[in-house]
Design a protein around this ligand. Structure first.
Ligand code: MG
Length: 203
C-alpha cells in the first residue's frame, strides 16, 4: 500500500507556514514503512531537531481506481481515520529553500501513525467532521473538515489523474493550524469528535 498526503489544504495552516494558498491540491507520498506499528512509541529520530506534528483526517481507499470523477469519488472509500503527518521541519525548510523534494523530511520511518478507522456511514455530514490532537492532555490542534480548501472528492479526483489508487491505500487530507514541535516524553491522543482513535508516546 501507499500513503498519499495532501499539503496546504487548510488556509489558516498555509498562512502559519507562510505558504501561498494552492490553486490545485499539493500532494506527496510516504512509503508503507512510515506507518507506526501498533502499540509502538514514536522514536524521535536523530537526524532532526525540529519534528513537527500535523494531525489529519485519513481516508482508507476501498476500491482500485484511476481517473476517478469527483461525483463518484465517495464510492472509493468506506472508512475515515486520523493520523499524524510527522514532519522534520528543519529538513523540510532546507529542502524548500534549495527547491529539493521533501522525502527526507516527510517519508521517514514511523512518520505516519494512523489510528482506528470509523465507518463513513457513521458521519452525518462528511463536510463537517471535528477532529483534533491532545498532547499531555491539552488540545494542540482542533480542526473541522468544512475548512478544507479541497474536499475529499476533489482530492481523490485530482490525485487519481496521476496515481492509480488501490484498495488499502491511505490519503492524509491535510492539517489545520496549530502545528508545532513534538518532544520526548510527550503523550499524543488523537480524536474524531469525542472518540479517541489513537494514543502513543514519544520516546
Ligand atoms: Mg501534512
Amino acid at each position: 500500500m501507499k500513503i498519499i498526503c495532501i499539503g496546504r489544504n487548510y488556509a489558516e495552516h498555509a498562512k502559519e507556514l507562510n505558504n501561498p494558498l494552492p490553486a490545485k491540491p499539493v500532494f506527496f507520498m510516504k512509503p508503507d514503512t512510515a506507518l507506526l506499528p501498533p502499540h509502538n512509541p514514536f522514536f524521535y529520530p536523530d537526524f532532526s531537531k525540529e519534528i513537527h506534528y500535523e494531525v489529519e483526517l485519513v481516508l482508507k481507499i476501498s476500491r482500485n481506481g484511476k481517473h476517478i470523477k469527483e461525483k463518484y469519488a465517495n464510492t472509493y472509500y468506506d472508512e475515515i481515520g486520523i493520523g499524524i503527518d510527522f514532519t522534520a521541519r528543519d529538513l523540510q525548510n532546507d529542502c524548500k529553500q534549495k527547491g529539493l523534494p521533501w522525502e527526507i523530511a516527510k517519508a521517514f520511518d514511523m512518520s505516519a501513525p494512523v489510528g482506528e478507522f470509523v465507518q463513513k456511514t457513521k458521519f452525518k455530514d462528511l463536510g463537517d467532521i471535528n477532529f483534533g490532537l491532545k498532547i499531555n492532555g491539552e488540545w494542540r490542534q482542533q480542526g473541522n473538515s468544512k475548512d478544507m480548501i479541497f474536499n475529499f472528492g476533489q482530492i481523490i479526483a485530482y490525485v487519481s489523474q496521476f496515481v492509480t489508487l488501490r484498495t488499502g491505500d491511505y490519503i492524509f487530507t491535510g492539517t489545520p493550524e496549530g502545528v508545532g514541535p513534538a518532544n520526548i516524553n510527550d503523550k499524543f491522543e488523537l480524536f474524531i469528535g469525542e472518540e479517541k482513535l489513537l494514543g502513543f508516546n514519544v520516546k
